[in-house]
Design a protein around this ligand. Sequence first.
Ligand code: HSE
Length: 402
Amino acid sequence: MAKVAVLGYGTVGSGVVEVLDVNAKEVSESAGEKIEVKYILDLRDFPGDKHETQVVHDINIILDDPEIEVICETMGGIEPAFSFEKSALERGKSVCTSNKELVAKCGPELVELAKKNGASFLFEASVGGGIPLLRTINDSMKHEKIDSITGILNGTTNYILTKMDREGMGFATVLKAAQDKGYAEKNPEADVEGYDACRKIAILSSLMSGKHVNYEDIYTEGISRISIEDFDYARALNMSIKLLGICKRGESGYSSIVSPFLIPNENPLANVNGVFNAVNVHGNMLGDVMFYGKGAGKNATASAVVADVIDIIKHRGRHIDVNLKSEELTLSPKDNTVRQFFVRVQEDVRNQAVEVFGSGIEEVKGENVHGEFAFLTGDLSEKDFWERLRKLDSVKGYLRLY
Ligand code: HSE
């Protein structure tokens, strides 16, 4: 019998307890022994809850109990989660977590600490929720040279973009409706401005490169500037608009970005809708593999945490190696990346746009948009694109092409 503690009895934490309850038989068959939640750490009490007697308010009860082998940290945020995890690892207790902020910021330090103390630090649920992605990259694909990872990594923004496209409603209206239904946070900034996806692609970039990619180095744009007119043009181009997190390995090193992209409809990522996440990984020998599933939500995310617990129990006494290293990676500057862009200007600056971007541009006509000139550029470096864009008197919008 293995005994674990859950830190934080919120959505994911209560999900972990539920998965261990509901799938107790399957969990025990998979781990080779029963797994029991001995403690649940939370500031609150939960009178009437099936697990109310396991709730404690003092982390030291958990840290001081030699029976506890694994700690599931599902509190989120940097502190006190970091201190709790650090203390647990220092005592040889393994940690698994869904906390992407903490993994992106302090992951390598926690992995090293785990190694030093013969424990493990796993974080499957921090990227792509329930999708078994990190373990596959870290295990089944460990022998591959990964060329690129491209993902729809945030369910909230994918839900908003899907609604805007299908129902022709503006960003603010859809966001409000999503908040009313509980699909979007009251403070939606981390999701809509791309910060959440940025942390996730930082974790993936680190695993891919074997060095630490600082999320603050990743150029990040969110979706708040996307309008229903953009979708009109996307339809004319037979494309979709998706918030993508991308990491690529090129001749000049690794480059990462989070931004809304126009993506051709024949690409499977263009057809990932609603709250779903999807990630394409390209290995040099394997080629493309796609992962698709629920990137958020109580049970899906909790299932990934439980998968980590089982892995740790199955490898008791051994450190499970993950490719998260402390050596910092300097990303290739965004300015060098070459791609096509889509630009919208007011009709009265058409001539200026043609002069600035050259006669090779290709006009795009939106079915329901008037008084604008929209066009696709040829291949340009980001630096070149921005220098040209700044010369225009009135820009109504732009998008990158995938
Ligand atoms: N806010 C995140 C999302 C939750 O919408 O995808 C999962 O990390």
